[in-house]
Structures are given as C-alpha cells and as structure tokens.
Design a protein around this ligand. Sequence first.
Ligand code: FNR
Length: 383
Amino acid sequence: RRLENALTIEHLRRAARRTTPRSVFDYVDGAAEEEITAARNIAAYRRVTLRPDALHPVAEPELGVDLFGKRIAMPLVFAPTGYTRMMHHHGEAAVARVAEHFGVPYSLSTVGTTSIEDVRAAAPGGDLWFQLYRTNDPATNELLVSRAEAAGYSTMLLTVDTSVAGKRLKDVVNGLTIPPTLTARTILNISMFPAWWYNKLTTPGIGFASLSGVEGNLSSEDVARTLFDPGLDFAALEWLRERWPGKLLVKGITTPESAREVVRRGADGVVVSNHGGRQLDRSAATLDVLPAVRAAVGAEATVIIDGGIRHGQDIVAARALGADAAMVGRAYLYGIMAGGQDGAVRAYEILADEYQRCMQLLGVRRSEDLGERHVALPRAWSA
Ligand code: FNR
C-alpha cells in the first residue's frame, strides 16, 4: 500500500523517511557542507522549459537507446552507491535484479555490501558496471579489477571526486557509524524502526563485501584511509586504461577542461557528476555544465550525467542537452528504503512512466530524436 500510494520519487522519499532510522535516511538524503550543490542539481532541472512539437502524434515512443553497443530500455543507469544493505537488507543484489529485469545497467560500488560475484549471481544476464575507488594498495586494485573482469562486468567507472571524504554535517551530528552500532541512542531508535532493526540484526553484517577476499579484510577506518586516496592522479587513469579491457568512464567531472583531458588520455567518456553534492560543495549543478562538456569531448565520447534526477522529465532534459544517459542514485535508494526490491521497482516504474508521457506530449518518437530544440534555458549557461 505504501508503494502503491507513491506516485512520485518525492513520495518514495517521504515513505523512506518513515521506514528508515534517521541517521541512515540522512546519510542518503544529505550532502556536503551547506548542501548548496545538492540543491543546485535539483534546481537546474526545474529551470528547463520544454518545447513540444505540435501535431506530432506518438502512440508508442521508442524509449531505448544504444549505449556502448548495447540496447538499453531507456537512457537510465543505476548509479553506484555504497553500503546499500544498510539502507535495506535486500541491498545491492535486489537493485541489480531490478535493473536486469527492466533492461538497464547497474553499477556496483567498491564499498558495496554485496560481493562482485554475488551481484553477478543475482543478475546473471544483467549489464553490470563496477565503480572503482583506486586504493593506494596496488594489489587491492588489481584484485578488484580482475574480479570484475572475471565476473563479466562490462564497464568500469573510475570515481575521481573523492580524494578526501566530503564533510556531511548531518552524519556528524547523527553520530553515524558504518555499520550502525548499538548505542543507547540506537536502542531507543529500535523501538521506532523495529522492522529495519530486526532485518539488520537477522541478516549478515554490513561489511565491505566488494573487498572481501582482500588479505585480512579492511576495517571501516582502513577503508576510509586507503580508498579516499589524496594521491589519485592521471597515472591512476593511465594504469586502469592499460589494465581494463572493457569500457572506461571517469566519474566526477564538472568542467569541460577536465572532460577533454580524461578523454584525451583514453577514457571512453565521462560521468558529469558532483557525487550528488556529497563531495565538493559549491561546485556546479551538473546540468549547467552538460552542454559545455558535450561540446568539449565531441559526439563520439560517451557522456553520462547524474545528480538531482528525481523525475522522468529530468532525463528528457539530460538527453536533450547532450547526455547519452542519466544515472540515478537517491531515486532508487528512496525506493529501496521505502520497500526493498519492490520499492526499487516502483522507482524505475515512476521514472519510466514520466519519461514516456513526456516524450508523447513533446511529440518525440524516439529517445534518439531528443535535441536542443526541445528545451529552452533561462539564460546563457557556461561552465
Ligand atoms: C553515492 N555515490 C557514490 N558514488 C561513487 O562513485 N561511489 C560510491 O560508493 C557512492 N556512494 C554513494 C552513497 C550514497 C548514499 C549516495 C546518495 C551516493 C554517488 C552516486 O554514484 C551518484 O553520483 C549520486 O547519487 C547522483 O546524485 P543523486 O541521483 O543521488 O541526486
């Protein structure tokens, strides 16, 4: 019932707030510092004006697009998010299953709580991507990459906006630990969210399962210290380009200069992303810089955008302004917090339904036909 009543991603967000302990909800919903960039991401989409082609009837729009030579059901990719089993015990496996079911890619985070192999087992035919936090331990990097390769992941995302951990004030105030620990405060919290705590206490602990198999398994402090590598540089990109035979995207680009540079050095494209406003606050709204990034890398490179996508019409705008596809993080996390796997299904259905109706009302027959003429922007945008 909770899910049936959710007509929008915002409804799923409100349901998530009711079902999930405050510190976990805030970890997902919150962002860095003053949360200026997180708010900008969302605001940018709301400034876009849509321009329909009148008298262009569209009975059944073709939503699918080609991405890296594969047809995907719509220009949507599930973004990598860490610790998904903390949000809901169904975790990464459930989200990967939903992505496979609908025919869009799923990205597993280095700090996922389900192993590379278990996610593959959950979605045997799915298009799986792996997000790498290049660690400062070469053996760990090699192990992660070779396991993703062996498990048939198609695409590697190298995240480059996390040289140090962003400061998310809500997490500090809430005293969030990963995994959540039993303190006087959390015991009080149990009575408010009994189902969440029951599931947490009766399912395997939240470890860094993507990393399991790494010698001695890393503690959460070790992970923070080794994963957020202040030394990340172009040599890391060059190593990965040599090592990884599949497609390679650099995630965390917000300027045309950086986009051009990483493509010049061998990346197949970029994810225009500010990590959902969770890292460098006051960086640009991703939609604002999208046209300039596309112009900088040319038509051949792949450009994906994320940050602030909460509506199918946002995906229309992203496509019209030059993105091959849009990634969503919180949109599906709100779903999974609200109702586990069914909630992730609901999140996809909401976005797909909104996207399809928008295409019909715009009079656009195929996702590939969306272009700049379908949107008007309030003023000259620059990066
Ligand atoms: C993230 N994101 C992220 N990115 C990444 O490269 N590795 C990671 O482990 C995580 N973890 C993570 C956890 C949570 C709770 C969130 C909300 C986000 C960033 C993610 O991939 C994506 O860039 C943003 O979520 C996009 O913004 P929206 O869609 O959440 O607004």
